[in-house]
Design a protein around this ligand. Structure first.
Ligand SMILES: [Zn+2]
Length: 233
């Protein structure tokens, strides 16, 4: 009997565990929700909140702190100048409500939509900083005879470059943008805007993508490319 109960408990645990993993995975890759969010512009910084800017200024230490920070910038006029048009929950509600217009029906529940925006604004945004630092340490190690630095200020805010590569005389070789794989599904206008600004900078900008498990998708290829092409620039 005891054995039977233990078996049942384990069985239920396993089911819950699987649901959790499935929900998390869906939240990250998004699939359809990613498409909906992008096409309807739900998370566009001007229509939601410039979350990376908020993180840089206020440096939240936890996910909860970031959720509160977003809410604070909706309800208060902060000296930093960042304004949020809503809370994470409200971004989720906007995603939920936009389904009707896009698909003529609701495919996902309100809970799933809020979870998806939470994952995008909170989980992925906080991950970004960690991933960026990890990329910098690997690049420093593997780009011999080059200087690798984190981009700061204007470059980062306007040109969207996260990392800058210099030669030993401090001439710029190029810049790197670190993005989650889902960036590829962004609205074409956003991508265009980014490439235009990059052209203005006058140096090549390369994309470094990371996967759900924090591994880099194209780091080796990128390192090889930069090592082979630095003479050209
Ligand atoms: Zn602020």
């Amino acid at each position: 009997m005891v054995f039977y109960i233990l078996f049942l408990v384990n069985f239920c645990k396993r089911i819950f565990y699987n649901i959790d993993i499935k929900t998390l995975y869906m939240a990250y890759t998004g699939g359809e929700l990613n498409e909906l969010n992008g096409k309807m512009g739900i998370s566009a910084p001007k229509r939601s909140v410039p979350v990376m800017k908020l993180i840089k200024i206020h440096k939240p230490k936890s996910k909860d702190a970031l959720v509160e920070l977003i809410e604070y910038h909706k309800n208060n006029k902060c000296a930093c100048g960042v304004v949020s048009t809503g809370t994470v929950k409200e971004f989720g509600e906007r995603l939920f409500e936009s389904q009707e217009k896009y698909w003529q029906k609701n495919k996902y529940t309100l809970g799933e939509c809020i979870q998806w925006e939470y994952d995008l604004f909170v989980v992925q945004s906080l991950k970004g900083g960690f991933i960026e630092k990890n990329a910098i340490s690997i690049l420093k190690d593997r780009l011999s005879n080059m200087i690798v630095e984190e981009a700061k200020g204007y470059l980062d805010d306007v040109l969207r470059v996260d990392i800058i590569i210099f030669d030993l005389n401090k001439n710029i070789i190029g810049g790197i943008q670190v993005k989650p794989k889902t960036f590829k599904n962004m609205r074409p206008e956003v991508q265009l805007m980014q490439s235009k600004q990059n052209v203005k900078w006058g140096h090549p900008v390369w994309m470094l993508y990371y996967n759900r498990d924090d591994t880099f998708k194209n780091l080796n290829a990128l390192i090889e490319y930069i090592n082979n092409n630095k003479a050209v620039n």
